[in-house]
Every structure is written in structure tokens, then in C-alpha cells.
Design a binder for this molecule. Structure first.
Ligand code: PAF
Length: 253
């Protein structure tokens, strides 16, 4: 049975008593769990004595209020999934618990966070890095697992952990995809049924196009509103809207 802990102080007491000396693997999430999250949990369970997930829809990383409001929150279903995946604990804080400072303090990265998604979502990575710093400090994780679908996020978190000498090792895990090639994402649930069949074209365009520019053109022709397609660090990154839903993906090139 997955045990739910809501307050940072309660978790820290547990970490210092019953969980003292145990290796703790951590899977931070915003809920609406899918097979991608479950693959992170499985890996954590293989590599650690105790596995803890968190669910916190972090307002500071949403630059669009509507996006925050419509973000899916199927908590009962998430709890059932965590149970069946064998997660030992769920850390489930509220905003006040996570931001006693009201977000006066934040972590800012000044280079990679301004590119790709950061160029289109002002403040997004400040919110991500700040909440991940808080979560890593609270949980006292030995290892934390991040999906490669959010590759820019993974690189920024890893850089932060190194820059601030954090205890947790940041571990990337491969993107889990539907048979169609569509990367699993909590946002896929928001795609209207009429647009869903188009969504796998995002990855197809990244893989099959001869350049980032060609991929952007193909996507626009197919009906996506493209934020960016860019080659960087040996990968091709993209973000594009289908209707009002923003999808991201990246592939090795
Ligand atoms: O990838 C996510 O779900 C979020 O950005 C994270 C890492 C849980 C921080 O809120």
C-alpha cells in the first residue's frame, strides 16, 4: 500500500527515523500518471530500498493560467496506479507547504533555460528548478528519475544538482511511446479525439526530415502551430500546438 505524506516536516521526520540509512529513489511528478511515469518508478524500485513519488501541480512553472487550470488531476486513479506499481510513498503537498516564502526565493539558470521551451515559456524553468530543488531537499533522495521526453528539463536539473552539490544523482530514463510513436504525456489526455490521430506526426517529422527547418515546415503543413524545431546537443527538439494543446518531443540525431 502506498502511504501518503502531505507535509515536508512529516516526511523529514520519517526520513530521519524509519527511513534512516535506506537508499531512497524519487520520482517527482505533476500527476495524471501514465506508463512513462511507471517506467521511472520501476527503475527506482530496482535501484533503491525505498521509492517515493510526489504529485504537485506546480503553479510557478505555468506561464499560462489557463494551462494550469485545465491540467488534469485524476488523484484517485493516480493513487491506484502508484499502488499497483509498488511505490512505497506518495508525497502530496499543497502550495502553502511548498512555498512558505510565497516564491520570493527562486533558482535561475541563465543559459540553457532561455532557449527552446524557455524562449517560449517565460519563467517556466525558474519554476521547475525551484520546485525540484525544494523537493530534492525535502525528500533527501539518493537518486531522482526524469524522463527524456523533457530532455531540456533533465539537463537543467542535472546541471543544478551539480552546481549546488546536491546529494541526489539525477538519472535520465528513455521516453515511453505509444505504438504510433507519440511520446506519452499527461497533456495527451487533453487532445480532442479529432486531433489525436495527428499527434504522432510530431515525432515522425523530427525523425524523417532532413533538417529542423524541413521538420517545422512539414508540421505546419499538417496543421500544427510550431513554437520551435531546433537541433542542439546532438538532438532535435520541438514544441508545437495541436489545437490548444502544446506537445513537446525530442529525438537523437
Ligand atoms: O516533469 C514534470 O512533471 C515537472 O516539471 C516536475 C519535474 C515534476 C516539476 O514540477
Amino acid at each position: 500500500m502506498t502511504k501518503v505524506v502531505r507535509s515536508p516536516a512529516a516526511w523529514q521526520r520519517l526520513r530521519a527515523s524509519a527511513l534512516r540509512g535506506k537508499s531512497v529513489g524519487f520520482v517527482p511528478t505533476m500527476g495524471a500518471l501514465h506508463a512513462g511515469h511507471l517506467s521511472l518508478l520501476r527503475r527506482s524500485k530496482r535501484e533503491n530500498g525505498v521509492t517515493v513519488a510526489s504529485i504537485f501541480v506546480n503553479p510557478t512553472q505555468f506561464n499560462d493560467k489557463k494551462d494550469l487550470e485545465k491540467y488534469p488531476r485524476p488523484l484517485a486513479q493516480d493513487l491506484a496506479l502508484l499502488n499497483s506499481a509498488g511505490a512505497d510513498y506518495l508525497f502530496l503537498p499543497d502550495f502553502r507547504a511548498m512555498y512558505p516564502d510565497g516564491y520570493r526565493y527562486k533558482v535561475t539558470e541563465n543559459d540553457l533555460s532561455r532557449a527552446l521551451c524557455g524562449a517560449h515559456r517565460p519563467g517556466h524553468f525558474d519554476g521547475v528548478l525551484t520546485v525540484v530543488m525544494k523537493l530534492l531537499n525535502i525528500i533527501g533522495a539518493d537518486r531522482a528519475y526524469f524522463g527524456e521526453k523533457d530532455y531540456q528539463q533533465y539537463l537543467l536539473v542535472k546541471g543544478m544538482a551539480e552546481a549546488f552539490f546536491l546529494r541526489a544523482k539525477i538519472i535520465p530514463c528513455p521516453t515511453v511511446r505509444e505504438k504510433s510513436g507519440l511520446a506519452l504525456s499527461s497533456r495527451n489526455a487533453l487532445l480532442p479525439p479529432k486531433l489525436k490521430p495527428l499527434a504522432p506526426e510530431l515525432r515522425r517529422a523530427l525523425v524523417e526530415s532532413s533538417s529542423a527547418r524541413a521538420a517545422a515546415k512539414t508540421l505546419a503543413r499538417k496543421g500544427f502551430k510550431v513554437d520551435y524545431v531546433e537541433d542542439r546537443l546532438g538532438r532535435r527538439f520541438a514544441a508545437a500546438y495541436l489545437g490548444t494543446v502544446r506537445l513537446i518531443d525530442n529525438v537523437k540525431i
